[in-house]
Design a binder for this molecule. Structure first.
Ligand code: URA
Length: 225
């Protein structure tokens, strides 16, 4: 079964690699389909690949990714235990916002990734993925507030985009609180699915804050909330 999920995700990756359905593939170095555990309980959905992601073909590997790793570690997780992807799979030029038509064109890939992984928690990072589940909401009002989907027995969980918290240190405490709460929410949704509750959250010593040693990415994601 694990093999099956991995194989289906790999097939989706191949389709993303060959995709020319919108203009975004033009001028990119690599597609960024997503990465992580095919059986992940938590799936993070960001906005779109940036400079570093385009270079490596992996999501959240720049400064935002360093901060995301730090937050995962804070609640006893690492990125191999979750699945991380974006609403668009190729880097928008100059890190501009993805346009509505690009998001719609790419939606099928994300829908299929969600379908095959069937995560218990879908955590949105920033306003574009949030808009899939919380249209017209403001992230500053709803971050950290779960919405339980009893039909699919899962929860949608809106988070600030890590880049927003890096730009605005005043958001970091909320971001950390929201990550801790996400683990409680995961336990509730597991109970909803009739699965065992997870071990109590392993309290890890937070790593030192993300290093600032990567070259600054080109200006990006300026209007995240
Ligand atoms: N920001 C995103 O939204 N996604 C990434 O993969 C990297 C930065």
């Amino acid at each position: 079964m694990s093999q099956d999920r991995a194989a289906v995700l790999a097939a989706i990756e191949e389709e993303v690699r060959a995709c020319t359905a919108c203009r975004l593939y033009q001028g990119t170095n690599n597609p960024v389909p997503g990465a992580g555990d095919p059986h992940a309980e938590i799936m993070f959905i960001g906005e779109g690949p940036g400079f570093h992601e385009d270079r490596l073909g992996l999501p959240f590997v720049g400064r935002s990714g360093d901060y995301l790793n730090y937050l995962l570690n804070l609640v006893g997780l690492n990125r191999d235990q979750v699945f991380i992807t974006n609403v668009v799979k190729h880097r928008p030029p100059e890190n501009r916002d993805p346009s509505p038509d690009e998001i719609v064109t790419c939606k099928g890939f994300l829908d299929r990734q969600i379908g095959i992984i069937n995560p218990l928690v879908i955590a949105t990072l920033g306003r574009y993925s949030m808009a899939r589940y919380f249209p017209d909401a403001r992230i500053s009002s709803i971050h950290g507030q779960p919405r339980y989907d009893t039909d699919n027995q899962r929860v949608y969980y809106p988070l600030f985009h890590p880049a927003a918290a890096l730009r605005n240190p005043g958001l970091r405490r909320d971001m950390e609180t929201d990550f801790h709460r996400m683990i409680e929410v995961l336990a509730k949704v597991k109970a909803m699915r009739g699965e065992d509750a997870p071990q109590s959250e392993a309290e890890h010593q937070p790593q030192s804050p993300p290093p600032d040693d990567k070259p600054e990415e080109p200006p990006q994601q300026l209007r995240l909330f």
